[in-house]
Ligand binder design. Sequence first.
Ligand code: SF4
Length: 516
Amino acid sequence: MTAERADPGTAAGVAPGRRLVVCAPLLPEARAVRPGVGDGGEVRVTGYGPDRARRQAGRLREETFGALAVAGTGGGLTDDLAPGDLVVATEVSDGTTVTACPSAPLLAGELRRAGLATRTGPVVSVGRLAGGRERARAAHPGALAVDLESAWLAEAAGGRPVAVVRAISDTPQRPLLSPAALAGGLRALRSLRAAGPALRRWAAAAGQRRVLLAGPRSFCAGVDRAIEIVEKVLERQGPPVYVRKQIVHNTHVVADLERRGAVFVDELTQVPDGATVVFSAHGVSPAVREEAGRRGLVAIDATCPLVSKVHAEARRFAADGYLVALIGHAGHEEVEGTLGEAPEAMALVETAADIAGLRPPDPGKVAYLMQTTLAVDEAEEVASALRERFPAARAPGSDDICYATTNRQQAVRAVAAESDLVLVAGSANSSNSVRLVETAQRAGVPAHLIDGPADIQLGWLAGVSTIGLSAGASAPPAVVGEIIAALAGLGPVEVNERVTTTESIRFSLPKEVRSP
Ligand code: SF4
C-alpha cells in the first residue's frame, strides 16, 4: 500500500499550527472517515503495518500541525466488544513506549452522543498479525484493542493533542480469518464513517486554555460525614450495608460505595428485618424512623446536621401553632423529609406565585423555612413575597440555606465574571449543583452541569479560552481532577484558583460509628 497524498482542498483556511492530520492506515479506512472530517482536517493513508507507521511518523515529526488522530479498524481483545464498536484509546503502547491520550473521555462522550457504542481504554500495537492478539492479551491484560500502527503514529504527536479511534472489526469470538470477518470489517468501516464528524469537532476544540477553579467547591462537611458513616459501617459490619436513598446525590459516590458493598434502596420494605440501614444526608421524615423502629431495623442517621436543624425549626414552629411555609422544590428528598415533620402544619412553596394559595388559620402566625440547597437570591425573592403578604411572618432563627451552598454560589459567581464558559461537576439530581449552574447562567455566562469529562460537549469549547470550573457539594474532588486532565489533552492548560472563602467546618459522627 502506498501512502496517499492529502486531499487538495482539505483543511482549507486552517492555520498550519491548528491543522488536524488524520492518519488512516488503509485506503478504505481513509475513505470512511474523510467525509465526516471534511475540510476540518487532512486525512492521509499512512500504510499498513509498523514499518510504514514508523516511516510516516518520521515525516509527521517534520511537519507543522495542531492535532493528530489515528483512525482505523482494530481487533477487539475483550469478550464484551462486538464488531462495529469503537475503542477510543486512553493510551497506546507498543510494549515499550506509551503515549497518553488524555482527551479520550471527551471524544468518547461525543461519539456516544452520536449514538455509537464506544469504550475507552488502552490500545496495543503489535509487530505482526499472526498471534498478535494472543500476545497482546497476555502482555496487556487491561487493553481493549490491538492494531499494527497506532503506537508509532501517535508518538509523532510529540505532546500535541492526539486521539486514537479503532473500530472493532474482529473479536475473540469472530477472529480475523473467520467467515464472519467480512461483515465485521464492514460494520467497523460504517462506525468509522460515523466517527468522522466527532473527530472534526475534537480538533476544533483543541487549543491552549485557562481553567479558573472556584474555591470552595466539591464536598461539604455534611457530605463528607455521610460518606464516612457508610464507610465506617461497612468496615465494622462488612457488606451488605443498606442505605435508604442515595447517600448523597452523586453517581460516582454511589457507584463507589456500591462496589464496596453498600446496597441503596428506595424504601425500607427492601431492607431485610433486623438489618442495619443508613439514612441519607438529605434526612427522613419521622414516619420513616417509626417504620424502621417497627421493623426492628438498626437505623444509623447520616442526615446532615444542618438539615436536622431545619427539621427542628419545623417542629418548633408547628408546635407553636404556626403555618410553616417551606420554600423548596417538590419531590426533593430533603423537602419530603422536612414536610414530614409536621404535615398538617406545613405547606410547600416553590415560587412566589404559590404564596397566594396559602390559607393560614391565623394570618398573624405564619413562618417560613428553606431547603438548604436553594439559590440564595431566588429563595430570598420568594421569602420577600411571603413577607409582603404576611408582614408578621417569622423567619428561621439562622439561615436555612447552608454555608456550603452559599459559599459555592459566591465562588462560582466570582469565576463566572472572568470566564467564557462555566462547567459544574455534579449529578443531575444534585440540587446544589444545579443551582450553581443557574447562578453562573444568571451572571451571563454559558454554564453546564457535567457528571464527568465525558459530558463535556466539544462544541461548547470552540473559541473558549477561559473555563470556570466548580463542583457541587456532593461531587468528589477527583472528578474535578479528571475534567482538568481531559481538557489538558486538548492543549496546554493553565490552572488558577479563585478562593472567595475557606471552610473548616466538620461535623462529628453519630455515636454508633464513632471510634471507641
Ligand atoms: S449541602 Fe449543606 S445541608 Fe447539604 S449536606 Fe452539605 S452542608 Fe449539609
